[in-house]
Design a protein around this ligand. Sequence first.
Ligand SMILES: *Cc1c(COP(=O)(O)O)cnc(C)c1O
Length: 373
Amino acid sequence: MEQKIFVTRTSMPPYEEFAEMIKPLWNTHWLTNMGKYHQELEQKLREYLQVEQLSLMVNGHMSLEMAIQAMQFPEGSEVITTPFTFVSTTHAIIRNRLKPVFCDIKPTDFTIDESKMEALITDKTVAIVPVHVYGNICNVEEIGRIAAKHGLTVIYDAAHAFGETYKGKGIGSFGDASVFSFHATKVYNTIEGGAVASASPDLYQKLYNLKNFGILNENVIADIGANAKMNEFAAIMGLCNLRYVQDNIKIRKKKVQLYNEQLADLSCVRTPEFSQPDVVYNYAYYPVVFATAEYRDIVYDRLKEENIYSRKYFYPLTSDADCFGDRYSTCALDVARDISARVLVLPLYPDMDDDVIVEIAQDIHKISGQAGM
Ligand SMILES: *Cc1c(COP(=O)(O)O)cnc(C)c1O
């Protein structure tokens, strides 16, 4: 490949459209602090995501931190979560002075294994933080049942699930809250951004204060908040990009089908199915799983030599992050560890040439032939 191909490429609206939309800011000089466009985007995203409440934030990570903080769990409480995620999920728990308890994942869709969850519940457990991985949806029904039975809060990391629905309902309407990321690398972006969705006006109000230093009004500082507000430039980027996201998802779906066709006859590669019942997907990622960890690493290295930058996503498991040492004991994470060693996310974005997909697939055929996979 002459040009470097990265795992993703940020979707941007036409320049003139964005330029036209930011012009009024030079009249109002109102660039942040829950301005006009912040409010407009909150409303538009409530509709698009089919959720009752939505609080815009500066990024997905702060959305997770604020959502967890808003629940006011006692310090040191335990939170059941998955190690097969971006480290943000785990950091958000720990930065709230809570203890992550890692649960294994399912080999089928890589989401948290709800059948292994109840064994991890202790009298200190307060919440479950599952992740919809690569747009695969967690078993929201069973997780809801377990949470209700044990009185636990459920906060979904829905950073990979923008715009998805399950049984016709917005994916952000499950659990007590769901967190989205609008980072430049995601299906839908506001440059940097994120949001907490829920059905609770009370939570919306709490987050409104928390993201603005915990300030309730001119006289009352009610909470130890932070600064996590989305600014007006980001909100306008979001309003522009929202016009194109549905078309982009359609294009992504076609590219996923093309990849699947091109890789179908390779027995050493498992291609993604996106076939959970009643789910409408966003095709955010194209993850493949190789027969062995060795093959995965060979393909990763060889593609890189061809200027194709795939990602070992998610590797390592967050439970193995160096910064945690062995502070957080983990139960057997056999499936997570196995998948993490064999998974590779291939480049996928709407304005990617189909020829590039064909070439990447041919490269993988060639590499696997040479490596005797
Ligand atoms: C991107 C991502 C985040 C963090 O979102 P930012 O907007 O980058 O802060 C959290 N969790 C998962 C699973 C993600 O993919």
